[in-house]
Design a protein around this ligand. Structure first.
Ligand code: ADP
Length: 265
């Protein structure tokens, strides 16, 4: 805890007093610290691929200038690292856009089963590349909630993409839609979409921190999969804005279950 203390002499009707004001500065200082941590994280995340690109440029301009095979290999690594930077910047922009709209109440109605079907079909080719089968259950009828269509599409894209990436080859990703459910953490009826995979799961001590920016359970694996560490932070902010919830359950060795719960009203 941190307090700022201000002492002021006051004279009222000839009597002298001293007022002492204690101001709780804890939150202000914490916000400042969070901002500094965030800037440090962003710089670190961008510097790693940038350093790699600069190193390869130097090599290509010097010792490997005439080596055609090396040139091809280095250029493809540089392309991969540049794409990573591009994804990080794209995700940072999405995050800041969502954060700046935090208090706005979405007014359009979004058909959740339709969005889920669109997401599943647009990720079909990624699933095929990774030898993952996507299975869709429920959601036969249109079912709408108030919301922002693009943002809700982003929520399901991030979750299904993670399930494909971390689920593992030869496994299934199951998306199950349940309409009109009563959830313990919600005031009224809601729609729930469960995205489950059959991957290694997530050790329970990591679960509360998954939606922090740049938090990764296994940094090496995340990078290998092309992750930015921002996907779930974006999901959390979008769901907050929709008064929705994200529930995560994991069964180490068996898989993970990410449930999105969105209220009808
Ligand atoms: P990333 O871009 O690294 O995937 P996310 O914010 O989407 O970032 O996820 C944060 C971390 O949570 C990931 O790095 C990964 O360690 C873990 N994670 C997310 N989804 C899953 C999943 N379905 N199975 C196992 N781990 C997951």
């Amino acid at each position: 805890l941190s307090y700022e203390v201000r002492v002021r002499p006051v004279v009222v009707d000839g009597f002298s007093f001293v007022t002492v004001i204690f101001e709780d500065r804890t939150q202000v200082l914490e916000a400042g610290q969070m901002r500094r941590d965030f800037v440090a994280n962003v710089s670190h995340e961008l510097r790693t691929p940038l350093t790699a690109v600069l190193g390869f440029i130097e090599t290509l301009m010097g010792p490997a200038a005439d080596d055609t095979a090396a040139r091809k290999r280095f250029l493809s690594i540089m392309e991969r690292e540049a794409k990573r930077m591009n994804r990080i910047v794209g995700d940072l922009l999405s995050l800041s856009r969502v954060e700046s709209e935090r208090r706005v109440r979405p007014t359009d109605r979004v058909d959740i089963p339709a969005v889920v079907r669109t997401v599943a079909s647009s990720l079909q080719s990624l699933a095929e590349i990774r030898d993952v089968k996507i299975i869709l259950e429920g959601g036969e009828n249109a079912d709408t909630v108030p919301g922002d269509r693009d943002q809700i599409t982003q929520v399901f894209t991030n979750l299904v993409e993670n399930a494909i990436k971390y689920g593992g080859a030869g496994k299934e990703v199951r998306i199950c839609i349940t309409s009109h459910t009563v959830e313990p953490t919600m005031r009224g009826p809601a729609i729930r979409v469960d995205v489950s995979d059959q991957g290694d799961g997530i050790p329970h001590q990591h679960i509360p921190r998954l939606t922090e920016r740049f938090y990764r359970v296994d940094s090496h694996r995340s990078r290998e999969m092309g992750g930015t560490g921002l996907g779930l932070a974006i999901v959390k902010h979008i769901l907050n804005r929709h008064r929705g919830r994200l529930r995560v359950e994991s069964y180490p060795g068996q898989g993970s279950l990410f449930s999105v719960i969105l209220p009808y009203e």
